[in-house]
Design a protein around this ligand. Structure first.
Ligand SMILES: CC(C)(COP(=O)(O)OP(=O)(O)OC[C@H]1O[C@@H](n2cnc3c(N)ncnc32)[C@H](O)[C@@H]1OP(=O)(O)O)[C@@H](O)C(=O)NCCC(=O)NCCS
Length: 152
């Protein structure tokens, strides 16, 4: 499947497909159409597309004067999981962070989300603390950091 996988910037006309992925991926704390529209112009927002079908997305948030870029969200459509789409998105976002000279990517992940945690560890993320009661349903978040070496 990777052969035809294209990673490109998200555009407004992608939002309905992204919303489908969102609702299929998260039980609570889903982004709304309005939030995605806002993020299109205020974040680094890419989609993975295969034969014109959107299979996944990621969003990076930057903050002025911060040394960290935040992986705000990443998701792959359930039908496309386990086929390396998540990995391709991770390679892409880490390269973008390196190109922007960020020394660190940070994220929060539900502490029981083993698929995502495995994916992050595979890309060098390490645990960096816990935020208790972080999600709307009271679940804790694991904080993870990936330290980037521009020479890699
Ligand atoms: C996490 C997620 C993005 C992974 O996407 P994916 O396309 O299925 O991932 P890949 O096929 O590229 O797999 C990459 C790695 O992720 C991990 N992984 C993926 N599926 C896994 C599973 N079912 N169990 C354990 N690890 C898994 C593995 O480390 C895997 O590497 P490996 O194949 O060498 O073992 C996807 O499961 C998803 O969208 N989940 C719902 C949304 C979500 O939880 N996002 C994270 C919010 S913080």
């Amino acid at each position: 499947m990777n052969i035809n996988l294209v990673i490109r910037k998200a555009v407004v006309s992608d939002i309905n497909d992204i919303l489908q992925i969102e609702h299929a991926s998260f039980q609570v704390d889903c982004f709304s159409k309005g939030q995605f529209k806002y993020l299109l112009s205020h974040a680094i927002f890419y989609v993975a597309e295969n034969n014109k079908k959107i299979l996944g997305y990621y969003i990076l948030l930057t903050k002025r004067r911060s040394k960290k870029v935040r992986l705000y969200s990443i998701a792959v459509h359930p039908n496309a999981r386990g086929k390396n789409v998540g990995q391709v998105l991770m390679y892409h976002l880490l390269n973008i962070a390196k190109e922007m000279h960020y020394p660190c990517v940070s994220l929060e992940v539900r502490e029981n989300n083993s698929q995502a945690i495995q994916l992050y560890k595979k890309f060098g993320f390490v645990e960096n603390g816990i935020k208790t009661n972080y999600y709307i349903d009271g679940a804790n978040a694991l904080i993870m950091h990936c330290y980037l070496n521009e020479k890699d």
